[in-house]
Design a protein around this ligand. Structure first.
Ligand code: NAD
Length: 495
């Protein structure tokens, strides 16, 4: 029995340990090892998570294989009904889910709520799959019909990062489950609690026991998933270093893999941009979720004289209060990494236009306030590397082509954005930037369903998007069926 998470404020609250969920049963890992789960706002453990190895992965695969046989025989329309019910249950429990996300990840409650709602949108897409699937058949010649079905792969797995404990697993689960697979989730060991609620709600929504499993842990569990021959596909979301590792290791054992990595998103601001809209949007982009988003603004390429816009950005970011408008940083090591980028930029001669280094919340924990580094060169780490904190680095450039050249020279390709009131400028940038997701006057250009989410270059290894129809294609395999029932009287070479 999973007790409800009852906290409805930021006050410190403990919750149950994150155990493995295999064959519909909660169990400890074979290793007997545990790790604390810290509430980053308070900097103290609210629970603990078990650390699994290959033995736990093997047990989950065995249970999933047994359960998947029956699940694959359930018609697609019926499988999708589980997503209808999951959507309703998540809406019913929205506050509980949001507060749980806020406590384990640190997001302020409005952001936590929004992340759960985005997860619900992904579930809604899963519920719509029967409609998208209708009618994929054609009479290809007289008396001959071709159709295509999407068959389950079997047992598949998803490995997720710390920054969206409920939303990112839901980028994968709906398509994979409606596709008839059994799904093993390996959540981030830093935020494994949201997955417990997902398991509980999937059970309540009528998903047969064993079709969904959770294996908790870190590198050992991930590597065992990559190596297990009976796991047929792996979806991964996390840093570029680990995305590359998982892509190579999972591919080596014959799996299909789609691995989303890190980012360094560039925003281009031209002098004709709307001052208010641009300033508000840039601030929301680089401070939202304390900058711990793969879609967050990281570098602002200031083209020509856009000083009034920069002044406005600094003014409104300076008014944000840590603890209330901005949540904490996930852990001590991340806090130190972010401060290191700011200190290094200052030491190299950049100006700290807005300094968040001394900002702290009231309850302990790990914090960095909104920070703006101005006058950076493209050579300094703050302008090149992923910071993953509420830090905006401004690089001043002469013209749009110089800005596009800087954007395109960075190895990542998740998101890029242009702020302008000119359609021609918007088109010029959109057609030239090396980014899978482009925003025009939108600093977090996350495609809403049914448009798929996925970057380019070092922000993604593998083909296609992780959400939308690409996700369904990734988690299934197409079968083409060609049928003829009678000899044709009017035969020609095509028969
Ligand atoms: P991470 O790469 O450290 O961890 C992601 C997953 O990999 C976790 O489940 C973790 O247990 C596992 N892992 C960590 N080290 C491992 C190792 N040595 N071997 C095998 N597995 C390992 O990422 P994170 O810190 O949890 O999340 C932040 C990163 O995720 C940022 O780089 C961010 O840009 C990225 N991210 C990308 C997207 C996207 O859509 N492209 C979305 C969200 C987050």
């Amino acid at each position: 029995m999973i007790p409800p998470f009852t906290a409805r404020s930021y006050d410190f609250a403990e919750w149950i340990p994150a155990r493995n969920y295999i064959g519909g049963e909660w169990q400890d890992s074979a290793t007997g090892n545990w790790m604390p789960i810290e509430n980053p706002r308070h900097g103290k453990a609210m629970s603990k998570v078990c650390l699994s190895d290959a033995r736990d992965v093997a047990a989950a695969v065995d249970a999933c294989k047994a359960a998947q046989k029956g699940w694959a025989l359930v018609p697609l329309k019926e499988r999708a009904q589980v997503m209808f019910r999951l959507k309703q249950l998540m809406e019913r429990d929205l506050e509980e889910l949001a507060w749980l996300v806020s406590h384990e990840n640190g997001k302020v409650i409005e952001e936590a709520r929004a992340s759960v709602m985005k997860g619900i949108e992904c579930v809604e897409f899963g519920a719509s799959l029967p409609n998208a699937k209708a009618g994929e058949q054609m009479d290809v010649s007289r008396g001959v019909n071709c159709s295509e079905t999407h068959e389950p792969l079997g047992v598949v797995a998803g490995i997720t990062p710390f920054n969206f404990p409920i939303m990112v697993p839901l980028w994968m689960l709906p398509q994979a489950l409606v596709g008839g697979n059994a799904f093993i989730l390996k959540p981030s060991e830093q935020v494994p609690l949201g997955a417990i609620k997902l398991a509980q709600l999937l059970e309540e929504a009528g998903l047969p026991r064993g079709v969904f499993a959770i294996v908790n842990g870190a590198a050992d569990a991930v590597n065992a998933i990559c190596d297990h021959e009976d796991i047929k596909a792996v979806g991964f979301v996390g840093s570029t270093k680990i995305a590359r590792h998982v892509y190579a290791r999972a591919s080596a054992s014959g799996k299909q893999a789609l691995c989303l990595g890190g980012a360094k998103n560039h925003l281009m601001v031209v002098p004709d941009a709307d001052v208010k809209l641009t300033a508000e949007n840039v601030v929301a982009s680089f401070t939202g979720c304390s900058g711990q988003r793969c879609m967050a603004a990281s570098v602002l390429l200031a083209i020509g004289d856009v000083q009034p816009i920069i002044d406005r950005i600094a003014e409104s970011a300076g008014k944000l209060q840590v603890g209330k408008d901005l949540g904490p940083i996930i852990n001590k090591a991340s806090e130190e990494r972010i401060l290191g980028f700011i200190n290094d930029a200052e030491a190299r001669g950049a100006k700290i236009l807005l300094d968040g280094r001394q900002k702290r919340g009231d309850d302990g924990g790990y914090w960095v306030g909104p920070t703006i580094i101005d006058g950076a060169t493209t050579a300094i780490p703050a302008a090149k590397d992923e910071i993953f904190g509420p830090v905006l680095t401004i690089v001043r450039v002469k013209n749009l082509d110089d800005a596009i050249a800087i954007e395109n020279a960075n190895p990542y390709g998740n998101a890029a954005c242009v702020y302008t009131t000119s359609g021609a400028v918007a088109d010029y940038v959109t057609e030239r930037v090396e980014a899978g997701m482009v925003g025009v006057n939108i600093g977090v250009p996350v495609p809403r369903e049914p448009f798929g989410f996925g970057g380019w270059n070092h922000s993604k290894f593998g083909h296609g998007n992780i959400t939308g129809m690409d996700g369904f294609r990734f988690w299934t395999r197409p079968r083409k069926i060609t049928v003829k029932w009678a000899l044709q009287k009017d035969q020609n070479w095509m028969n």
